[in-house]
Design a protein around this ligand. Structure first.
Ligand code: PMP
Length: 297
């Protein structure tokens, strides 16, 4: 995408029940969501005019809000319809969909009992999260300094804006050293996830992935686990120590934006862009575009 600032694009944004001009979708500077991170969001992708697993994303959005103590004043069906109608209005076949809900301006302090709950949806074109060539060679990841917090410290099952503070810090630190992303450990020092994607490893034909007990159980993660099972690939969800990465042969990330992205290195550890990563990358590409997969059969 051109380097036009996101607030300067054209088209429409759905905001609190209405389609409004893109550039008019503004919030006041005194907004609770901005000052106290009382905001939750989703990241979805549309392929060939269909938003992949839309209802699952919408349900997660509602649940993220509930975890933060607020109720989004629209039903799952209403939010699904708003996303779909906006996709048509924007005229995109392939696009990224970003719903966000936040507490408004009625009270400005830690307490925000009376604040209006707002919901907006924006849709834009976002071809690839990682550089396509780098992705085929395998991404290079640094080890992040920050760790995914203990669920006793932060509401880690919510896709809450505040949880991304350490992700942006970690990603910036990695990018400053020439890496594409960073791998975060969890509060116990176990392998957790990347800054916006889950992680899988391969050893002796078996997939290993951390148990999502203090980070997002990604919708892509669950999709890839299903795809692997369909292929008869054994999958083990368990706690993974960082030193174990020395013995893993392949590694890849999964996420709505990242899709399935092979990894060639994480800190001192090296991986090959191997067969299982490639097979699941293709299976995922077929799963998100069922019509394309059928045509190829
Ligand atoms: N972890 C984090 C921190 C993320 O931001 C994302 C992207 N939403 C994921 C994991 C993957 O989630 P999903 O597959 O549902 O996009």
């Amino acid at each position: 995408m051109a380097s036009v600032s996101f607030d300067q694009l054209d088209g429409h944004i759905w905001m609190n029940g209405e389609f409004i001009a893109w550039r008019d979708a503004k919030v006041h500077v005194l907004t609770h969501g901005l000052h106290y991170a009382s905001a939750v969001f989703e990241g979805e992708r549309a392929y060939g005019g269909e938003i992949f697993k839309l209802t699952e994303h919408t349900e997660r959005l509602q649940e993220s809000a509930r975890i933060l103590g607020f109720e989004i004043p629209y039903s799952v069906a209403e939010i699904d319809a708003a996303c779909q109608n906006l996709l048509v209005m924007q005229g995109f076949e392939d696009a990224y969909v970003r719903p966000i809900a936040w507490r408004g301006s009625e009270m400005m302090g830690v307490s925000a009992q009376k604040n209006k709950i707002n919901l907006a949806i924006a849709i834009w074109q976002w071809p690839s999260y990682f550089d396509p060539e780098e992705r085929l060679r395998g991404l290079r990841l640094d080890m992040a300094e920050y760790r995914r917090p203990d669920p006793m410290t932060a509401p880690s099952r919510s896709k809450a804006a505040g949880l991304y503070m350490i992700c942006t810090l970690s990603k910036h630190a990695a990018e400053a050293k020439g890496y594409a992303d960073a791998l975060m450990l969890d509060w116990r020092g176990r392998v957790a996830e990347a800054t916006g994607a889950n992680v899988f490893f391969v050893k002796d034909g078996v997939l290993h992935t951390p148990v999502p007990d203090c980070f997002l159980d990604g919708i892509t993660r669950r999709t890839v686990i299903d795809l692997a099972r369909k292929r008869g690939i054994e999958i083990v969800e368990r706690s993974i120590q960082p030193e174990e990465m020395a013995d893993f042969e392949q590694c890849f990330l999964t996420g709505t934006a990242a899709e399935v992205a092979p990894v060639s290195e994480i800190g001192p550890y090296r991986f090959e862009v191997g067969e299982i990563a490639r097979v699941l990358m293709n299976d995922y590409a077929d799963a998100v575009r069922p019509l394309r997969a059928e045509a190829a059969e």
